[in-house]
Write a protein that binds this ligand. Structure first.
Ligand code: PEP
Ligand code: MN
Length: 411
């Protein structure tokens, strides 16, 4: 994976990272995993066609089970909370902190450490099923019709998607004719896993000294995921989270919000990646559509001056959370698109490059974000609002976004 991310940092590949905000243990089921994998594969097909680059896919899942109390306090379905506890039926109970810590049901709010063992089981089971799917032909490019949009009504998006699939099948037929289609990349794809390294006791217990395939030396690796990231609320230079990730060899992400000082950003990168390895650090920027134009340029300039070769990924979700009329957390498609487009433009203007994207999404037809080609309205949110934390793009909105990015690259 390190090599693939190095390619991303050097603009020879594009990064697609996506999945739930708060994954539940219950999501380690066949339907849920297949739906998520399918939408990531569909998106990456569209992105490959648009960007003309290989796509490095990272699932935000198979272990994304922990939320900070001041993240979950904003949990979506329920009234916004302003403390690690919430007031229910006359008593204060702990807020939901993700399946790693406690249960959503109010009878299960006491933190329970044995959940960490369950977390290991569910992430291993999820990963196991992903492996089985990928090796059984689910991602075989000879059959992209398996990821067809069969349940989508005919429309512009469906036509565009089908035309990409047809031209891909044409290209494969040609490769078959000249005997060039026996490459492993055609019959399956790589898919890496990731989550926020929030509960350090869990991460630490799954950290092992292993041989570094690059030079044969023994080094520390986090074995709970291929890639872990540090959230915008735990990226303190003096804090334990950065201290932990600087000790591991895995590629890591750092969320960069509007309060990040450009000078501190460079100190953080010098601390985490002193050898300045290209692609070791992914900066996942998340300012919000209103703040990106003011914040991103200084961060890009600071990185350019520092000599670090980072992956710049845009998370257009976390700076764009709003309350719906009914009082639940939502995000407007137009804000997401605005932040993403500004990010692409600003990088271009400064001689930099947006190397990837980070989304909260699901393969199901949920109704959590407003807008997109299906034109979801505020009053539709109640139909299938299923997130236990932040609102996710549904399968159609995710594809809409993939087309949008693809079109940016093609124009
Ligand atoms: C998240 O990714 O779910 C999250 C809380 O992000 P951030 O740290 O950027 O707020
Ligand atoms: Mn979130």
């Amino acid at each position: 994976m390190c090599l693939q991310l190095e390619e991303v940092a050097l603009n020879k590949a594009f990064l697609l990272q996506g999945g739930d905000c708060a994954e539940l243990f219950a999501y380690s089921s066949q339907e849920s995993i297949q739906a998520k994998l399918k939408v990531l594969l569909q998106m990456s097909l569209v992105l490959t066609w648009g960007a003309g680059l290989p796509i490095v896919r990272i699932l935000r899942g198979a272990g994304q089970y922990a939320k900070q109390s001041n993240q979950s306090q904003e949990c979506a379905k329920f009234r916004p909370r302003s403390s690690p506890t919430e007031f229910v039926d006359g008593t204060h109970i702990p807020s939901f902190r993700g399946d790693n810590v406690n249960g959503f049901d109010i009878s299960e709010r006491e933190p329970n450490p044995s959940r960490l063992v369950d977390a290991y089981f569910h992430s291993a089971a999820t990963l196991n099923y992903i492996r089985a799917l990928l090796s059984s032909g689910f991602a075989d490019l000879h059959h992209p019709d398996e990821w067809s949009l069969s349940h989508v009504a005919p429309g512009q998006m469906k036509l565009e998607y089908q035309s990409i699939v047809y031209s891909l099948l044409d290209a494969l037929r040609f490769m078959n004719m000249i005997g060039a289609d026996n490459h492993q990349a055609i019959s399956s794809v790589d898919l890496f896993t990731s989550h926020e390294a929030l509960i350090l006791e869990y991460e630490q217990s799954l950290t092992r000294k292993l041989v570094d395939p690059r030079d044969g030396s023994l080094k520390f690796w986090n074995t709970s995921a291929h890639f872990v990231w540090i959230g915008d609320r735990t990226r303190d230079l003096e804090g334990a989270h950065l201290e932990y990730i600087r000790g591991i060899e895995n590629p890591v992400g750092i969320k960069v919000g509007p309060s990040m000082d450009p000078e501190i950003l460079i100190n953080v990168m010098d601390f985490v990646n002193p050898r300045k390895e290209p692609g070791k650090v992914t900066l996942i920027s998340r300012y919000g559509s209103k703040k990106i134009s003011e914040k991103l340029p200084d961060h890009i300039r600071a990185v350019q001056k520092s000599g670090h070769e980072v992956i710049w990924a845009c998370d257009p979700m976390h700076g764009n959370t709003k309350q719906s009329q009914g009082g639940v957390k939502t995000r407007h498609f137009v804000d997401i698109v605005e932040e993403l487009s500004r990010s692409i433009q600003i990088h271009k203007e400064l001689g930099s490059n947006l190397n990837g994207v980070h989304f909260e999404l699901t393969g199901d037809a949920v109704t959590e974000c407003i807008g997109g080609s299906m034109d979801l309205k505020d009053e539709d949110l109640g139909d299938r609002y299923e997130s236990f934390c932040d609102p996710r793009l549904n399968n159609f909105q995710s594809l809409d976004i993939a087309f949008l990015i693809a079109n940016y690259h093609r124009n």
